[in-house]
Design a protein around this ligand. Structure first.
Ligand code: NAD
Length: 355
């Protein structure tokens, strides 16, 4: 792989390779942009088929974080880390060794939880560096960000309903949630408390049973999820599920959920949704609550302040849908524009030298 060309393609600042054979650590930290502030982004543990896949993933994910933070109005840039291996390699020394590499970047990169890493892992990292978020409350962190993510998604759904129906009220509306994990289950709670009817889809019978026992609602099996009769599809499980095969089946006028990379092909599928008259809340905009929580932790703000900031996703989602309609572009193109304009404007004002 021509690594500098890959970095140049997506305009990355820095790529750091970290190795410690004593603890079995092979990690890559990507800093996409620090134009708005320190690069923030989680640490993913994944058994990549090869090193090129790991490099591509960390480059793609870190760029996504730049856009996510920019649209959320945060003073953070975008970064991400990947540790190569399966979850069996986890150990205190592994995460502490990783933490020392994070520390060596002196705050240019701040890590957090991501796929296959947990609050406990962040606690280990925190023993070696303060540039970590999402450690447990007793270790001085803000804990699991998922309830804040879910709160942001709830408000993003309300914004979509307001654009489509003139009222943000979820009461009496039907929302089909795919994935009843950390985010989906909390989202179900907020929607249930606000009077929504719920449809549930998950590959885990245990998760489905827990949701039905807690909130009532109805299970939709497998692929029938996409053709659910409902007001909102809220994908909160995996990516790539909005694609050429599923879009023709979708009856819901709104797609608004937390799952990362919902569109299989951002441009093609975004345009197909537009053509079908389906409002799509860009995933990285509506799922920013977790990041907002992390930003609140760093600024010393309270958990209540983080929830209140995450509720601001209502305005952001509305603004982006309106921009997309005015400019006849997809909602993702509209949110990318908002991000790029903000990064550009802040970078320009920082040309002014402060003695
Ligand atoms: P999780 O692992 O806790 O839950 C995922 C759920 O999806 C599980 O219940 C799992 O059984 C289910 N699932 C997996 N594959 C499925 C499939 N093919 N069909 C139906 N259900 C399936 O994950 P989470 O933390 O709740 O995150 C959910 C999504 O939101 C992910 O895409 C994640 O990247 C994204 N996200 C999460 C956060 C956060 O704060 N946790 C923030 C931003 C984005």
């Amino acid at each position: 792989m021509a690594i500098f060309s890959e970095m140049a393609n997506l305009e990355h600042e820095q790529l750091v390779f970290c190795r410690n054979d004593d603890v079995g650590l092979r990690a890559i930290i990507a800093i996409h942009s620090t134009a708005l502030g320190p690069a923030l982004g989680g640490c993913r543990l994944y058994n990549y088929a090869n090193e090129d896949d790991a490099v591509r993933d960390v480059l793609r994910l870190s760029r996504g974080m730049t856009y996510k933070a920019a649209v959320a109005g945060l003073d953070f840039g975008g970064g991400k880390a990947v540790i190569i291996g399966d979850p069996s390699i986890k150990s205190e020394p592994l995460f502490r060794a990783f933490g020392r590499f994070v520390e060596s970047l002196r705050g240019r990169y701040i890590t957090a939880e991501d796929m296959n890493t947990t609050v406990e892992d962040m606690n280990h990292i925190r023993r070696e560096t303060n540039h970590v978020n999402g450690a447990s409350l007793h270790a001085g962190g803000s804990g699991d960000p998922s309830p804040v993510t879910a709160w942001g998604v709830f408000h993003g759904i309300r914004a979509c309903l307001e654009v489509v129906h003139g009222s943000p009220d979820v009461s009496g509306r039907t929302v089909a949630i795919q994935g009843l994990g950390a985010v989906g289950f909390e989202l179900a709670r907020y929607l249930h408390e606000a009077g929504a009817q719920l449809l549930f889809n998950d590959i885990s019978d245990r998760k489905l049973t827990r949701a039905i026992e807690t909130f009532g609602g109805t299970v939709v099996d497998g692929d029938d999820y996409y053709s659910s009769e409902c007001d909102v599809l809220a994908p909160c499980a995996i990516g790539g599920i909005i694609n050429a095969a599923t879009i023709p089946r979708i009856r819901a006028p709104i797609i608004a959920g937390a799952a990362n990379n919902q569109l299989d092909d951002e441009a093609r599928d975004g345009e197909q949704l537009e053509a079908a008259g389906i409002v799509y809340a860009p995933d990285y905009v509506i799922s920013a609550g977790g990041l907002i929580n992390v930003a609140a932790e760093r600024s010393g703000a309270s958990a209540e302040a983080a929830m209140s900031d995450a509720a601001g996703i209502f305005d952001t989602v509305k603004q982006i849908i309106n921009l997309s309609r005015a400019g006849r572009i997809t909602t993702t193109a509209a949110s990318n524009q908002v991000a790029e304009q903000r990064i550009d404007a802040v970078s320009r004002l920082r040309r002014f030298h402060l003695p």
